[in-house]
Design a protein around this ligand. Structure first.
Ligand code: F6P
Length: 331
């Protein structure tokens, strides 16, 4: 069955992943492919994000292309960060390529940078586009959730629990650095769920005195270990700077563990599989219904189709209530 839309008949769609991969991309791809084929729409996979689009690395997908991937991390389409796509001439090439392949619309899985590229492609060439928010950082405006966040948090929690075992055995204090770039979402949730003594946010001046006081107070009341979760910020390795400073100013002996890319891998959790499956299904239907520059957002427990323009910036973070809770429970 071909869906008639107010503006255009969608006969053929393409899907790509862009930016950092996130666990849950595969269930979303599976959902898009199975939904499209179920509606009689041809579906193409674009490999390696916008880079692959420019190189014409595009293949038709079938029902069995997405068999046995719902449980797999990474993305079967691969991904890339494509800086060339920042220029209008390059986007024009991409638009020509999609037209030559008779592709009527594009589904983009990714984060802020990927959505900006998608918006420009739509504005300049009227290509119908739906974004599916997928990044472990959970930092996209207009949606309370991005695919991959829950799995990344669970991976980090498992790691910190293990670090706590050894920290406790040796009466050590650890600085554990988590991903998220300028977002502190992962740090806050991991801090709460691991009983961390403190969380260092990515967007605030570091209060060394406060960290030292927390560690010393814990030792004084008989704690056998302390865990400080550090949001990485713009550049990986902030925890080493904090460690050196605390050593110099307060003579504290600390260990550092940067969790790094393990947070991006692994089998998606039930939450990520569920939201990815719902978003993939909603994305295809949204395009068929004539929503041509939109995002499958997750708000108040449900999928909503919101304008792409609402999802271009970074989400405003409300950190204080969660920080307050972490402080209150780490007493
Ligand atoms: O945006 C996802 C993310 O994993 C961030 O949390 C992290 O800062 C960044 O990507 C790392 O990117 P790369 O893998 O390119 O070093």
């Amino acid at each position: 069955m071909i869906m008639e839309t107010p503006n255009k008949t969608i006969k053929s769609l393409a899907i790509l992943c862009s930016g950092g991969d996130s666990p849950g991309m595969n269930p979303a791809i599976r959902s898009v492919v199975r939904t499209a084929i179920g509606l009689g729409i041809d579906i193409y996979g674009i490999y390696r994000g916008y880079t692959g689009l420019l190189e014409g690395d595009i293949q038709k997908l079938s029902l069995s292309s997405v068999s046995n991937i719902i449980q797999r991390g990474g993305t079967i389409l691969d991904t890339s960060r494509c800086t060339e796509f920042h220029t209008a001439e390059v986007r024009q090439e991409a638009a020509h390529l999609l037209a030559r392949k008779h592709i009527d619309g594009l589904i983009v899985l990714g984060g802020n940078g990927s959505f900006t590229g998608a918006m420009n492609l739509h504005k300049e060439h009227e290509i119908p586009i739906i974004g599916i928010p997928a990044t472990i950082d959970n930092d996209i405006a207009g949606t309370q959730y991005t695919i991959g966040f829950n799995t990344a948090v669970q991976t980090a929690i498992d790691a910190v629990d293990k670090i706590r075992d050894t920290a406790s055995a040796h009466q050590h204090t650890f600085l554990v650095e988590v991903m998220g770039r300028t977002s502190s979402s992962i740090a806050l949730q991991v801090g709460l769920c691991t009983g961390a003594e403190q969380v260092v946010l990515s967007n605030q001046a570091i209060n060394y005195q406060d960290i030292a006081d927390t560690i010393n107070k814990g030792k004084a009341r008989g704690k056998t270990s302390s865990i400080i979760i550090v949001a990485e910020g713009e550049k990986v390795g902030l925890s080493y700077q904090i460690k050196d400073e605390l050593m110099k100013q307060y003579n504290l002996d600390l260990r550092v563990c940067i969790l790094g890319h393990i947070q991006r891998g692994g089998s998606p959790t039930a939450i990520d599989r569920t939201i990815a499956s719902k978003m993939g299904y909603a994305a295809v239907h949204a395009l068929c219904e004539g929503n041509y520059a939109h995002v499958t957002a997750f708000n108040k427990g449900d999928i909503e189709i919101v304008p792409l323009t609402q999802c271009l910036g970074k989400k405003t973070e409300v950190t204080e209530p969660q920080l307050e809770l972490i402080r209150a429970l780490a007493i």
